[in-house]
Design a protein around this ligand. Structure first.
Ligand code: ATP
Ligand code: MG
Length: 363
């Protein structure tokens, strides 16, 4: 029998989702969902993981669960094809994390480059590092394996997490016998989409850095952010000056979002992005024109998302049932994995009474 194709992916409900999420993950989720090639698609709202660096602010996580679900639905995640579920309501994930923690060393966890950068960004070096945050890659291993996922579509920052998961799976299977499925990360082909920079030029657009354009932002906000905040070439002072593309966020975004047909619609002076770039580099193309074009490109993408969001926002009752039903479905899958794990570890003492004979033989 061909291997079943099972996807697990998700987000931390620490804020509304932004364009980085869209190009890094959401866009592909929708494509994969609609391709009909996958047997099961699970999307996890990782509220427990979000608490690892927001323990003092659970209200923020509670508020953002609905925001993230609305973002999913408005980009085209279809609850009939994808299971949307909430992590804290899946107790098997907690139990699995507890067992997997024994299979990793603190030295190994300390080497994770993404976590290292996040610790620094959050000032945990000085304030003290919550043990839950330090170990969250292990809880991600629990999430992935609990769903038996073999395909994990993520942004580039998540590669160390998938590597860590693979190590845990290999170690578990070696010690306790073949039980867990080995997952593979799938990252975008387009380099820019793997890690979209923030509007401020920071290497990553991130909810925690507050440098994002959110999928639910209005057209007026997009205009304000692009015109007011977005980084171009600081040496490009006059239109006739030669412009540089490196580190120029406007062009990075055009690389990520612009399609050939956008030129005919919004900037017919050029046939394609290469022509536009060449003119910018040569001198004679102003930042204002580039920004205006980008605003049009972004709004063309975001208009239908906004429209769809408005419809879902008017029907939160249905949205509630979508995640309630999705979570119930996920509970069945994850409970079953936990049972398999306990049985592989032979710690399922109360499954039946056969252990009594084993114990009696010892006496
Ligand atoms: P936080 O700052 O709270 O960690 P985040 O913005 O990093 O939030 P996550 O929920 O941690 O978002 O990430 C969800 C998914 O989106 C992951 O697969 C991640 O790789 C991807 N992702 C997040 N930001 C970007 C980005 N700027 N470019 C590409 N992919 C991204
Ligand atoms: Mg993150």
């Amino acid at each position: 029998m061909a291997e079943r194709k099972i996807i697990l992916t998700g987000d931390r409900p620490t804020g509304r989702l932004h364009l980085g999420h869209y190009v890094g993950s959401l866009m592909r989720r929708v494509e994969m969902q609609n391709s009909g090639e996958y047997d099961q698609i699970n999307i996890l709202i990782a509220d427990d993981q979000a608490l690892t660096d927001n323990a003092d602010n659970p209200g923020k996580i509670r508020d953002n669960i609905i925001q993230v679900v609305l973002d999913y639905l408005s980009v085209g995640i279809d609850p009939a094809k994808s299971t949307i579920c909430v992590q804290s309501a899946l107790p098997a994930l907690h139990a699995l994390t507890f067992y997997y923690l024994n299979l990793v060393t603190t030295a190994r966890l300390s080497r994770n480059p993404t976590v290292k950068a996040e610790i620094q960004m959050r000032g945990f070096e000085d304030e003290g590092l919550p043990a839950g945050f330090f170990t969250y890659p292990v809880s991600q291993a629990a999430d992935i394996t609990a769903f038996n996922a073999n395909i994990v579509p993520v942004g580039e920052d998540q590669l160390p997490m998938i590597e860590q998961t693979r190590e845990i799976v290999e170690k578990f299977n070696r010690i306790y016998g073949e039980t867990l499925v080995l997952p593979k990360a799938v990252i975008p082909e387009n380099e820019v989409q793997r890690r979209l920079p923030g509007v401020d030029g920071n290497a990553k657009m991130s909810k925690s850095l507050g440098n994002g354009i959110y999928l639910s932002d209005t057209a007026a906000t997009v205009k304000k952010l692009v015109n007011g905040k977005m980084f171009t070439d600081p040496q490009h002072l006059r239109i006739e000056d030669q412009g540089h593309l490196e580190g120029n966020v406007v062009f990075t975004y055009l690389d990520a979002f612009c399609k050939q047909e956008h030129f005919a619609a919004y900037l017919p002076d050029y046939a394609c992005l290469d022509e536009m770039k060449a003119h910018y580099q040569r001198g004679g193309l102003g930042d204002g024109t580039c920004k205006k074009f980008l605003i049009n490109v972004l709004n063309e993408l975001m208009d239908p998302i906004r429209e769809s969001r408005a419809k879902w926002e008017a029907d939160i009752d249905t949205v509630y049932d979508i995640i309630k039903d999705g979570t119930a479905r996920a509970r069945g899958i994850t409970d079953e994995t936990l049972e398999k794990v306990r049985s592989a570890m032979r710690i399922d003492y109360f499954k039946d009474r056969s252990i009594i004979q084993e114990w009696e033989k010892l006496l």
